[in-house]
Design a protein around this ligand. Structure first.
Ligand SMILES: [Zn+2]
Length: 588
């Protein structure tokens, strides 16, 4: 690998050449927020007043993002620097201080008499903001009277108690003790090190870690069942008081996703469970085990892949893999390297992991901690997918509509990963590298589509229990989870896996995880379509990249050729998983 010092860093000076320039913008924020507050009580006056208010809020939001993004990325560069941390702290307290300048807006907008609002929606003055206004108005039938909303507001923190209690217990009070890893070193078992134990080549180590972790959860099973029970109850009660037919319906409302999409995802994944069982059988054979257990599904099938990449090789590989995206995409990709969007090397004090960030008025920056593994090359392709999605959304949409929703957020990044994997598979005949790549792909799809759908199904079941006023006891949760795990994996596993729900924070996120499964299914369909059809598929794909948040998520995906209201995308994604398993079966 080339000398770490020579690895490129990002160019934050393109945002602010000096910290003095940042201070000057920071000082403007309060005035911009107060300019928004000046509209309070006046929205029903005229269409122009409402438009001016939207414009004032956009001006504030836009500068806020720039000021915040610089502060936080500067801090990620070196988290040990107190001046960097100080800037983030200052802007966060300013946000809290200025929140009342905006809190009045939604209630006042919804309170505009319908006659006035009808006239507003027809006026040219407000045509640009029509979509935003209509989005807000959708919520009207689920908004209560002002005193009721005030009461709910006062209780909102209390409603978060189950999740807060779960977090404190799970991340704070709970300890799991120490354990020897495969290298004979004694290590503390924590949430952070659990995955290292699960990846250990020594099965006894994996089994010991698994049993130690879940035995601890078993001790607190009733407490965890109670926090989850009340979290789910609070979702059900909130949905009920806001006149939604169910908690699921309420949770999907914001994205305009019909319940059928959620239920159909579960059904379609059920129909493709045999592929997963075949994959686990490949695993069992390759690990030379008589019987696979849930502590045998995370360890790499090959100790490590021999591939090692310099930064230059990584760039070249990703560029070549993304060639099917066409010239326009590849030109934008060049900008990422030329304009120095990416902070590549690991450094002391630098934030770990990787992300794609930036905002409307900056480059779509990327933070990496590049060490030259094949996984790092996948991370580069993934983050570039996010960044180019942001790049096109910001370039083709006005500020107000550029932001894309979580529902589509992982699509572009995953599409790039699929293209990279297929490119590398087409290029290499080396059996070990092929096995590594196929397992990498298979595991990503298994963990994102099968596992997240299993969570989504469990979430649905427990919410339905709550809606029938049945308490979620530890016994009920354990037996339902165990049976579901057995159904998906086809394994009579260690009974302790029945406690897995107890440690998953996403169970508290209110029907969030299904988006991982639909997003990856869409990405697989898009990548395969691009490889097969070329130009027409690319034209549709660019429509998605450039759409930002200007349309509804299901419409955007439909425009790109993926109709998530139909079972086909998920079915096709899992049949693609089936072809990966076919390829693996031939190798082992
Ligand atoms: Zn991502």
């Amino acid at each position: 690998m080339s000398d770490k010092k020579q690895l490129p860093t990002w160019d934050l000076e393109a945002i602010y050449p000096t910290t003095k320039a940042w201070e000057e913008d920071f000082a403007k924020l309060k005035g911009l927020a107060e300019a928004c507050l000046a509209f309070k009580g006046k929205l029903a006056k005229s269409a122009k007043t409402l438009r001016d208010c939207y414009e004032a809020m956009d001006a504030y939001g836009r500068l806020c993002e720039k000021v915040y993004v610089y502060a936080s990325m500067k801090s990620d560069e070196n988290t040990l620097d107190s001046e960097n941390r100080g800037r983030v702290g200052r802007i966060e307290s300013l946000f809290a201080e200025l929140a009342p300048c905006f809190a009045w807006f939604d209630p006042e907008l919804l309170a505009i008499p319908s006659k006035t609002m009808d006239a507003y929606l027809k006026s040219d003055t407000l045509s640009f903001y029509k979509r935003s206004i209509q989005e807000a108005l959708r919520g009207r039938e689920h908004t209560l009277s002002e005193p009721e909303e005030r009461l709910l507001g006062m209780y909102s923190e209390v409603l978060g108690a189950p999740e807060s209690t779960f977090s404190i217990l799970n991340d704070g009070d709970l300890t799991f003790g120490k354990l020897k890893n495969g290298a004979g070193e004694t290590m503390e078992l924590t949430h952070g090190t659990y995955h290292l134990f699960m990846e250990d080549a020594d099965r006894d180590v994996r089994k010991a870690a698994f049993r130690k972790l879940y035995t601890t959860y078993k001790k607190y099973r009733n407490t965890f069942a109670t926090t989850l029970d009340f979290a789910v109850k609070s979702h059900a009660v909130s949905a009920n008081v806001r006149h939604f037919p169910s908690a699921l319906n309420a949770a999907l409302f914001g994205d305009k996703v019909p319940e059928s999409v959620y239920r159909q995802l579960i059904e379609t994944v059920h129909s493709r469970v045999p592929h997963l069982k075949r994959y686990l059988e490949v695993r069992r054979k390759m690990l030379k085990l008589d019987k696979l257990d849930m502590y045998d599904v995370y360890n790499p099938l090959l100790p490590s892949c021999r591939c090692h990449y310099t930064w230059e090789e990584a760039m070249k590989t990703v560029k070549a893999a993304l060639k099917p995206m066409g010239k326009e995409y590849c030109d934008a990709l060049e900008l990422a390297f030329k304009q120095r969007w990416i902070d590549v090397p690991e450094r002391k004090g630098k934030r770990s992991g990787g992300y794609s960030g930036g905002c409307y008025d900056t480059y779509p920056y990327i933070l990496l901690n590049f060490q030259g593994t094949l996984d790092d090359v996948f991370t580069l392709a993934h983050e570039l997918g996010h960044s180019l999605h942001s790049y096109y959304s910001r370039k083709y949409q006005p500020y107000h509509y550029h932001g894309y929703k979580i529902f589509v957020a992982e699509v572009a990044s995953t599409t790039n990963e699929i293209l990279l994997a297929e490119y590398l598979l087409a290029k290499t005949k080396d059996k070990d590298v092929r096995t590594y790549l196929l397992c990498h792909l298979a595991d990503e799809i298994r963990l994102t589509i099968y596992r997240q759908t299993m969570f989504a199904e469990f979430e649905l079941k427990i919410h339905e229990h709550a809606e029938r006023h049945e308490p979620l006891t530890a016994d009920l949760l354990e037996s339902e989870y165990y049976d579901m795990n057995e159904f998906y994996h086809g394994l009579k596993a260690d009974k302790l896996i029945g406690l897995e729900w107890a440690r998953i924070p996403h169970m508290y996120y209110n029907f969030y995880v299904y988006k991982y499964a639909t997003g990856m299914s869409a990405a697989i369909q898009l990548a395969n379509r691009i490889l097969k059809e070329g130009k027409p598929a690319l034209d549709d794909y660019f429509g998605f990249l450039k759409a930002g948040g200007s349309r509804d998520v299901l419409d955007i995906m439909r425009g790109a050729g993926v109709d998530l209201e139909k079972p086909e995308p998920v079915a096709a994604a899992l049949d693609y998983f089936g072809t990966i398993v076919d390829r693996l079966e031939k190798l082992c």
